[in-house]
Design a binder for this molecule. Structure first.
Ligand code: UGA
Length: 434
């Protein structure tokens, strides 16, 4: 099939590349000329494990192309994905200006029937707005469907290629046929294509992310209570996760969720609720608890240094909001660095992928280390914020010789309590006895 993807951000680039990989002829469109040039030259613009290889392969096969020209990009396309940014506006609602502008531009350019797909996370009712904008100048038949994306950063290719489900919001049989054909190669294992009305599809995306954010937040609160009550959240997790109604995944307590999706989507759903005069109380609590959770270990750090961090140096392992990404949006590391520096401490940070992004944001106000041990040089304590695999089995003897004090504040519960005790470290983690 001939597919167009408008917007080459994270979702757009993964969508375009993966649909090229399943044999379609894909053209990705973006207004950012520099980005398009780089992509045309085979230089990938995001970090995502496994993506670069199939990106290059499909460019070489001539199945994946890039352009800044919308008319050229969508020419003859049977499916046009809109994968455009929906940044939160001042009131928390998703700003639709990019999507609606492209929808308006598309109308006069359509030459044949096409399915226009909302891939971005957009509030309930957006498909109707897009349809109305396209229709203003369209001279041919078209459909607008909602097809929310559930991929996770870091495992996006696998999530895309082997989706647990594909949700499509449309009532049009013509559009359903096109979407069935496009997704057939990805649903070979029998995972379902779930059709519903477009408003339900739009709501499904927010409900999924808000539910997962709530699940994590619930565990974070259980963890906080475990600390006070002398229980261990790891055991509680195992105890409840084996109940299939609860499930084992997304029960890991830590210093809060971040990223470009959960915070934004929880906020946007709260705004949607407010628009309908519905007081969605859980969402407000989730946002508040998560904000506080990000600096959960700060009181422990301060207490260790008798309330005075002035002149101290803290090594921070992990800057990305989670492993396998360089994404630092809403990353707990940023809140911790802010709290540490405001308290007068110096920070020596290390992250395998995200240091360039933090450098762009913070300049040289903190030290960017060459590796995890360099971060410890001259440091008084270690704070772990992201669970990169390379942090899981460090050389503790080396840590001991470099770090001034044998103290670790671990926001991701990487180490066993017994091990830390045997090694003689003062060890503060989340939801476990200190
Ligand atoms: C999330 C969803 O998982 C995807 O399904 C969705 O498509 C995506 O948002 C989106 O809307 O685009 P993502 O933000 O990439 O994906 O990351 P997750 O792996 O879901 O992690 C989100 C945050 O939750 C991270 O900060 C992670 O550290 C935290 N987390 C996750 C926990 O604190 N505990 C857990 O048990 C799991």
């Amino acid at each position: 099939m001939k597919v167009a993807v408008v917007g080459t951000g994270y979702v757009g680039l993964v969508t375009g590349t993966c649909f090229a990989e399943t044999g379609n002829s894909v053209t990705c469109v973006d207004i950012d000329a520099e980005k398009v040039k780089s992509l045309q030259n085979g230089k990938i613009t995001i970090y995502e494990p496994g993506l670069e290889a199939i990106f290059k392969h499909n460019i070489a096969q001539n199945r994946l192309k890039f352009t800044t020209n919308l008319a050229e990009g969508i020419k003859d396309a049977q499916v046009i994905f809109l994968a455009l940014p929906t940044p939160p506006g001042e009131d928390g609602s998703a700003d639709l200006k990019y999507i609606l502008k492209v929808a308006e531009d598309l109308g006069p350019l359509l030459e044949n029937y096409a399915v226009i797909v909302d891939k971005s996370t957009v509030p309930v009712g957006t498909a109707e707005l897009v349809r109305e904008r396209v229709a203003r100048a369209a001279t041919v038949d078209f459909d607008v469907v909602s097809n929310p994306e559930f991929l996770r950063e870091g495992v996006a290719v696998e999530d895309f290629m082997k989706p647990e489900r594909v949700v499509i919001g449309t009532k049009s049989d013509k559009a359903k046929k096109v979407m069935d054909k496009l997704y057939a190669p990805l649903l070979r294992q029998g995972n379902p294509m779930i059709y519903m009305e477009e408003r339900s599809a739009e709501m499904t995306k927010y409900a999924a992310n808000a539910f997962l954010a709530t699940k994590i937040t619930f565990m974070n609160e259980i963890a906080n209570l475990c600390e006070l009550a002398g229980a261990n959240v790891d055991d509680v997790r195992r105890g409840i996760g084996s109940d299939s109604r609860i499930g084992k995944r997304f029960l890991f307590a830590g210093i809060g969720y971040g990223g470009s999706c959960f915070p934004k989507d929880v906020q946007a759903l709260a705004k949607t609720s407010a628009d309908f005069n519905y007081d969605f109380k859980i969402l407000e609590s989730v946002m508040e608890v998560n904000y506080l959770q990000k600096t959960k270990l700060m009181p422990n750090i301060k207490q260790y240094f008798d309330g005075n961090l002035a002149g101290k140096t803290v090594a921070v392992w992990g800057l990305a909001f989670k492993p396998y990404t360089d994404d630092i949006r809403e990353a707990p590391a940023l809140e911790n660095i802010k709290a540490l520096t405001e308290a007068g401490a110096k920070v020596r940070a290390y992250d395998p992928e995200a240091m360039d992004n933090v450098r762009k944001l913070l300049g040289n106000s903190i030290y960017f280390a060459k590796d995890l041990y360099d971060a410890l040089e001259g440091a008084d304590a270690l704070l772990i914020v992201t669970e990169w695999p390379e942090f899981r089995t460090p050389d503790f003897e080396r840590i001991e010789t470099i770090l001034k004090n044998k103290v670790i504040f671990d926001g991701r519960n990487l180490f066993e309590l017994e091990q830390m005790q045997e090694l003689g470290f003062t060890y503060h983690s989340i939801g476990r006895p200190a």
